[in-house]
Every structure is written in C-alpha cells, then in structure tokens.
Design a protein around this ligand. Structure first.
Ligand code: B12
Length: 448
C-alpha cells in the first residue's frame, strides 16, 4: 500500500487581538517561528514501526488546515492531531474518505474522544501507537471495517526497544529544529496537563545510547541540527541525565529541553548540560508565588513546595550559560487581576531570558476539564478548537473572562516588547562574556 503520514502543522489561536499582537511583537513572532515548524515525532515513530513492503510518505497540512493534493494518492493515511486542530483534521479525514482513502487517526485528542473521531476515520487508535500500528496497517490491507484500537490491549511500549524515528522521510524540508524523545511521562501529574491523559504509564527513560543513535540519524540528514527534546520533563533522574549529557558532548550539538526546577539543585548536571550544548531549558513555573500552585498537581505538590526556590534556581541555571524559558499559566484559581503585573515584575527582576505566558486551558480528558465542567465553568462545551493555550474558554475563579483576556494583552505588550526583552536578557548576555552576536536575535534561544 501507499501509506501517508499527515501531521497538522502550525500554531493556532483564535483571539484576534492576541493574533494581531503576535504579528507585531518581536519576542512573540520569533518564538512562534522557532516552534511552529517541528515535525511530528509520533508519526515518524509510526513510520518506523510500519511492516515492510509499503511505500511511505510524510506530509504536513498547512496552517490553514489544507491538505497537500499528493496525499490523495495514498491507500491509507495516518493523521496525528492535537485538540486545537481537531476539526481541521476531521474535515481532511472526511475529504480523504470521500475520495476512497482509508484514514487512521491517533494522538492525544482522539485518545480521549475516540467515539467522536470514529465518525471521521476508519481506524481510531487510543494510546501509544508503536505496537498497535502494524495491526492497523494489516486491518487496512484487508479492508476491515471501522473500529477503535486500544493500545492497552497490545504489549505496552518498551522505550528501550523503540526504533529510530524515520527522520529520512522528512526530505529536505526547511525545519529549524528536530525533535528527539529521551523520556516519556512526568512524575508531577499537573491537573491541567494534557500529556498525562496518555500515561497510565510511569516515567520512562530511554537508554542514552539510543538517543545518540537517533541524533546520529538526524545528523546524516543535517550535519548541525538544533535538537529539541520532545519530553515532558527530561531531567527527573539526575544520574541518568549526566550519563546522557556525557554521551551528547562529543556530538557538538545545540539542544533544548523541557524540565523542572530541580535541575538547579545539581551544578554538576548543569555544567554537563552546558558543555553538551544545552542552550535553553523550558520550565513550567506556572505562577511566581506559592499560593496559586497549591493543589495544582494530583500528588506531590512539587511546584508549590519549590516556588520559594524559583529565583535562585533561575540564577543558578543561567549562570551555567543555559537560558531559562519560564512558563506561566494565567487564570489559575487563586489568580486575581494582580497576577499580570506580578508575572511582569518576576520576569524582569529575575532576568528571565524567555518567558511563555499561556491561558489556563481545559484540555479534554484532563482532571481540570472534569472539574471545570462539574463546576459549570466551561464557557462553550466541546470547543476543542479553542484549546490553543491562547484563547479563554472558562470562567476563572478570581476574575472575569474579559479581565483574563485584557490582562494577557497588557502583559504580552509589555513582556514581549523590544525594551523589556532587551532588559530581561541584558544580565545573561553580559555574564555570557559579551559574546552573543548569535544570541541577540529576540525570542530565539542562543545558538539558534
Ligand atoms: C513537541 C510539541 C509540539 C511541537 C510539535 C508538534 C507536532 N507536530 O508533533 C510544536 C511546537 C509545533 C507544538 C505545537 C503545539 N502544541 Co505541542 N507539544 C509538543 C510536546 C512537548 C511533545 C509532542 C511529541 O513529540 N511527543 C512525542 C510523540 C512520540 O508522542 P505523540 O505525538 O503523542 O505520538 C504518540 C501517540 O500519541 C500516538 N499517535 C499520535 N498520532 C497518532 C496517529 C496514529 C494514526 C496512530 C496510530 C497513533 C498516533 O502514537 C505516537 C507514538 O506513541 C507535547 C507534550 C507531549 N508530551 O505530548 C506538547 C503538546 C502535544 N502540545 C500541545 C499544544 C496545545 C500545542 C498547540 C496546540 C499550541 C498552539 N497554541 O498552537 C500547538 C499546535 C500543535 C500543532 N500544530 O502541531 C498540548 C496538546 C494537548 C492537546 N490535547 O491538544 C501538549 C500535550 C502540551 C501540553 N502538556 O499541554 N507542540
């Protein structure tokens, strides 16, 4: 069969004012460009797990939700989508099926809404795809009827046996970064986190040599790639993290990872990260002070316990020539309209190199979604297209939806304006020894 792998690309946001701001503020625009064009790692894994004897092609739908014409030549198309573009993905699936192409859909959204997806696809896959996908291909070959495949009915995915994703299928598309996974999962089950819905699984680490093997496959395509570790929390296990960094060092990479504040506890790890090419870590700080963080995790209360360390931790990480991208979620239950100014002050006072502000979002399948639904606080039910992190679709506890919107406009204009961006970065660039001709482009981590 001809099998197509179709990723939904681009960043989504509906709020017109925020979109307009995004088009004008330098920090915002650069960051969006950097991340908007990452390939779908999930699909590259599926391609690697496809039984032999099929012709495989990787496609991307455009940001306007249009599919490339060539995808209609496929017998089977695997679509991967998050919630924000699910309706665009369903429309594509409908068009493909009307043209006689069989469609399989998987990923985080359809894993929690499989019945909804089955109205648009022949095969819907719930959970991690690697061990299920060969069975889906066989079903499509035999033209079996529509059905839902549950990953839990197959062997669970052993991350120490994952194949190298089929990066070769990406051809010479102009990606500015490539994703590699080193771990799956996160021990801190935050109630808003949409990744957790996939994970009845514990936190899993891949063997460091397999990560190196996968990066070598990327380097065969692009000699000097910028690697984005597509993990939820890379450095939970510090000694494994050190082993990974030691193995990365000879590769002369530049890389980015998402992790938690505890990396700052281990200066040996930070030094190894820096030496092996770590340019930036993204940390979900969520709120500058402890109180709004109380209870946001289902267990551990990690972030609330560590909030008082945030300032020192940022300084410590950035002193190792690694920039911090501090993420804040606006609209947490204990946030009042003061929060916008608090975030601005925190970012400036602590020289945060990059800052990501997003709106609290109730993704389907999350404990947050259930709670807000129960409390009657979801404004429009099943508006998955508003799950962009930039649109308000709930009634905050400490302000009105309009105050939340206005607050994020106010904060975006200040945080991402040229003056403030320069000011936040000044200390890092100075400490980095005035060497940053490559580092000064706004919004992009040094070296990018
Ligand atoms: C890297 C990343 C991105 C990248 C790349 C996205 C891409 N094209 O794949 C970029 C920066 C572009 C991005 C953008 C966005 N992201 Co993002 N991103 C991630 C991150 C950190 C890792 C994703 C990843 O590579 N995972 C590794 C792969 C191997 O896992 P996977 O994709 O889930 O695939 C597995 C299974 O889901 C399944 N599967 C997936 N698809 C299919 C299809 C078939 C047919 C089958 C059989 C199986 C299958 O099998 C795969 C292998 O096991 C996640 C966090 C996370 N842990 O998922 C957030 C995350 C996916 N992003 C999220 C969001 C909200 C967004 C945005 C909507 C934000 C915005 N405002 O635009 C955008 C839009 C996404 C887009 N247009 O593609 C949310 C999604 C929640 C949701 N339910 O929608 C997440 C979960 C973050 C979070 N914790 O909230 N993102």
């Amino acid at each position: 069969m001809k099998i197509g792998f179709l990723a939904m690309s681009g960043i989504r946001a509906h709020d017109p004012k925020l979109l307009a701001l995004g088009l004008t503020l330098p920090g915002f625009v650069e960051r969006s460009k950097t991340i908007a064009s990452l390939p779908s790692l999930g699909l590259l894994y599926l391609a690697a797990c496809t039984p032999a004897g099929h012709e495989l092609t990787y496609f991307e739908a455009e940001s306007d939700g249009a599919e490339p014409a060539a995808v209609y030549a496929c017998d089977l198309v695997a679509i991967s989508t998050f919630s924000a573009q699910i309706f665009e993905a369903y429309a594509i699936a409908d068009r493909l099926r009307a043209a006689g192409v069989r469609v399989a859909m998987g990923g985080l959204h359809v894993s929690v809404c499989p019945d909804e997806a089955l109205e648009h696809a022949d095969y819907v896959i719930v959970g991690e795809g690697e061990n299920v996908w060969p069975e889906v291909v066989r079903a499509a070959e035999k033209r079996e009827t529509k059905r839902i495949f549950q990953a839990r009915e197959f062997a669970s995915v052993d991350v120490s046996k994952l194949p190298t994703p089929r990066y070769d299928l990406l051809g010479d598309r102009p990606y500015n970064r490539f994703t590699v996974q080193t771990t799956r999962g996160c021990p801190w089950r935050c109630d808003f986190c949409a990744s957790n819905v996939m994970l009845g699984q514990p936190y899993r680490k891949r063997p460091a040599e397999h990560v190196v093997r996968d990066i070598a496959a990327i380097q065969r395509l692009r000699p000097q790639p910028f690697i984005e570790f597509a993990d939820d929390n890379t450095f939970v296990d510090k000694s494994w993290g050190k082993e990974l960094c030691r193995k990365l060092e000879p590769l002369h990479l530049r890389w980015f990872a998402e992790t938690d504040i505890s990396v700052a506890d281990d200066s040996e790890l930070l030094e190894l990260m820096s030496k092996s090419g770590c340019r930036q870590i993204l940390i979900g700080l969520e709120s500058p002070d402890q109180s709004p963080l109380e209870g946001i995790e289902l267990r551990h209360n990690f972030k609330a316990r560590r909030a008082s360390d945030y300032r020192d931790a940022i300084r410590e990480v950035q002193s190792h020539r690694i920039t911090v991208n501090g993420c804040f979620i606006l609209g947490l239950d204990r946030h009042t309209p003061d929060i916008f100014e608090q975030v601005l002050d925190f970012a400036v006072d602590n020289d945060l190199f990059d800052v990501q502000i997003t709106i609290l979002t109730a993704f389907p399948g999350t404990p947050l979604y259930d709670r807000l639904s129960r409390e009657g606080r979801i404004i429009e039910q099943r508006r998955w297209d508003l799950c962009t992190l930039f649109d308000v679709n709930f009634v905050p506890a400490g302000m009105s939806p309009q105050q939340l919107r206005e607050g994020i406009y106010w904060l975006s204009e200040r945080l991402y304006g040229e003056q403030c961006t320069k000011r936040r970065r000044r200390a890092f660039l100075k400490a980095a020894g005035e060497r940053p001709s490559r580092q000064q482009s706004s919004g992009v981590p040094p070296g990018d």
